[in-house]
Write a protein of this length. Structure first.
Length: 352
């Protein structure tokens, strides 16, 4: 682990600053990766093999949950969690308006309607008071997103869910290892969904995802649904899909998981330097919460002259990104398929 830390901390001011530098991370763990992937190749247990079972056990323990079920993507993790909990046609599911489209797509895949609400300006996360105002007789579930690596304000969200007998599925696709009041995200709701897209804090070398839950029945249901609805070959108990975390991706994740807390610590240290150096500029910086441990999947700032700053940074080799330039409700794919109980002007302004 010392070698990995040293490699990632190497400074070379002559090379460009990549938005996501997966090559540097790979160099730091290259020998371990090749050894573990080689084991899978020698065993040829490519689908739901021993590496998957090993990762599921380790990641469940890491998230302080009873079960982890590996699936093919973060989108599938969300959709299967909602389906497994019984969300379907005629239901409404409240989600933040300023998140990646996968959150809303997962609701649509169940036949339910995403209800989009605004965010709290201090955190970029869903505003619990607006969640309360958006509840109707059709509301079945809430999907708070731990956006950019900062945990959503789960105490009031869970209180609202209990009051109205609603399900809670955490979208933790950007928050691997984050804590809220000392507890790992993924351990608060009825289930949580993670993505292992390569650029995530815990990323595979291809697509991958997982559902984390302490609900025995839900875990059993999702294990069947991800594998054509089957737990015994050629016997299909539920309507399933083909959504399995493959063994090579699990092998990569098994190498990376022990480093995750260290890598998150380095992200927080970098974020602290950005906040120290940029505080007096005319930009809005992300706030560091006092009740949560942010893992800074992204360091997101707001400013008026966005394109100009991007152009100047690009000239000196610093890459940047925009998250997200087109809100969910303005995407052609979502037209007429979402419920919008109040103005989303704040989300639209942030996108601009």
């Amino acid at each position: 682990m010392d070698q990995a830390q040293a490699t990632l901390q190497e400074s070379d001011t002559t090379r460009p600053v990549a938005f996501v530098d997966l090559k540097a991370q790979y160099r730091s763990i290259k020998d371990e990766i090749e050894a573990r992937v080689g084991e899978v190749l020698r065993r040829c247990d490519f689908i739901l093999g021993s590496a998957v079972a090993e990762f599921e056990e380790a990641f469940a323990a890491y998230c302080d949950a009873k079960h982890c079920v590996g699936v093919a993507s973060g989108l599938d993790a969300l959709a299967l969690a909602l389906r497994g909990l019984g969300v379907g046609a005629g239901d409404e599911v409240i989600v933040p308006a300023n998140t990646f489209i996968a959150t809303a797509l997962s609701v649509m895949q169940t036949g339910a309607v995403p209800v989009l609400v605004e965010y709290d300006p201090d955190s970029f996360n869903i505003d619990p008071e607006l969640v309360r105002r958006a509840i109707t007789a059709k509301t079945r579930a809430l999907v708070p997103v731990h956006l950019y690596g900062r945990p959503a304000d789960m105490d009031p969200i869970l209180a609202i869910a209990r009051e109205h007998e609603l399900l809670v599925v955490e979208d933790a696709a950007q928050a691997h290892g984050a804590r809220y009041h000392g507890r790992r995200v993924g351990s608060f709701g009825d289930a949580a969904a993670f993505s292992f897209y390569p650029g995530k804090n815990l990323g595979a070398y291809g697509d991958g995802g997982a559902v984390v839950t302490s609900n025995d029945d839900l875990a059993r249901e999702i294990r069947a649904m991800r594998n054509y609805g089957s737990t015994v070959k050629y016997h299909h108990d539920v309507v399933g899909v083909n959504s399995r975390l493959d063994s090579i991706q699990a092998a990569v994740l098994n190498v990376k998981l022990p480093y995750l807390d260290l890598w998150n610590q380095l992200r927080r240290a970098s974020a602290a330097l950005y906040q120290q150096w940029l505080w007096d500029l005319p930009i809005t910086l992300p706030l560091t919460p006092s009740d949560a441990e942010h893992v800074f999947h992204l360091f997101v700032v707001l400013l008026d002259e966005r394109e100009m700053l991007q152009a100047e940074l690009s000239k000196v080799g610093v890459q940047t990104g925009i998250h997200y330039p087109v809100p969910i409700h303005l995407q052609p794919a979502c037209k007429g398929r979402c419920s919008i109980p109040h103005s989303l002007s704040q989300t639209e302004e942030a996108a601009r």
